[in-house]
Design a protein around this ligand. Structure first.
Ligand SMILES: Nc1ncnc2c1ncn2[C@@H]1O[C@H](COP(=O)(O)OP(=O)(O)OP(=O)(O)O)[C@@H](O)[C@H]1O
Ligand SMILES: [Mg+2]
Length: 231
């Protein structure tokens, strides 16, 4: 589904991600792990076309999307749920979801009711402004907005960041439910337990490069992974 080869991206002279290669198969869930500043967000934003790449290729569904802009990539069915939620504060919950359907391209967007089945809280708050939602509700809305584009694959950038434990459990269950519907998942996480609950394979980044790749269940035992986290 997604094949990234030798990807590099950065900010000015800072190469925040270098030589990154990874694959995510159809229906698979893969995690990108690593400490603060390892280059995870840089990598996924470059994949999603939000920042420019300085090298490498990105194939999605067999097509080369390396030079496509963010809007075209979303329309192709690759959606990014950003780390800092980035909702329009003055849009209601319902308006935010409806806007999400704009990225559906030629796929059929789901009915709002399908999103509300997954996130019942959003139904109760459908007329409320996005800015007035709690952190957990905003995360659900950001995920719901992505789902409105009927994506083939979703990249989640640290969906657990800043959320209380109870809400994290709900969020993990929702991501699993999304995967069970056949959506491929690339999950950026710092928490190994959350990544383990969702993903089967992992890529560990350290200082902008891939430090380790392997099965998720082996990641916890690996000395190289511990080093990457505490380097
Ligand atoms: N807009 C920017 N301008 C300049 N440098 C940046 C910018 N965004 C990120 N960086 C730098 O790039 C490096 C990688 O940052 P990035 O956000 O990709 O890390 P991350 O792995 O997502 O970290 P976190 O887990 O804290 O979200 C860091 O050194 C960071 O300071
Ligand atoms: Mg980040």
């Amino acid at each position: 589904m997604l094949e990234v080869n030798n990807l590099s991206a950065g900010y000015g002279s800072v190469m925040a991600a270098q030589g990154l290669s990874l694959q995510v198969g159809a229906g698979e869930a893969v995690a990108i792990l690593g400490a603060n500043g390892a280059g995870k967000t840089t990598a996924v934003e470059a994949i999603a076309g939000l920042i420019s790449k300085t090298g490498g290729t990105v194939m999605f569904g067999g097509k080369d999307i390396s030079k496509h802009k963010a809007g075209a990539i979303a329309k192709a069915g690759l959606s990014l749920v950003p780390q800092w939620r980035e909702l329009f504060p003055t849009f209601s919950v319902q308006e935010t979801l409806e806007i999400g359907a704009n990225a559906a391209g030629d796929r059929k967007p789901p009915e709002l009711e399908e999103i509300f089945t997954l996130f019942p809280k959003l139904k109760e708050r459908r007329a409320q402004l996005a800015s007035s939602l709690s952190g957990g509700e905003q995360q659900m809305l950001t995920i719901g907005r992505s789902l409105m584009a009927s994506p083939k694959m979703i990249i989640f950038d640290e969906p657990s960041a800043g959320l209380a434990l109870g809400i994290v459990k709900t969020m993990v269950a929702s991501i699993k439910a999304i995967q069970e519907r056949g959506v491929s998942i690339l999950l950026v996480e710092q928490n190994l337990d959350i990544a383990h609950a969702i993903a089967s394979r992992a890529i560990v980044m350290s200082a902008g490069r891939v430090a380790w790749t392997g099965l998720m269940e082996e990641a916890k035992e690996s000395e190289a992974v511990k080093e990457a986290f505490f380097a």
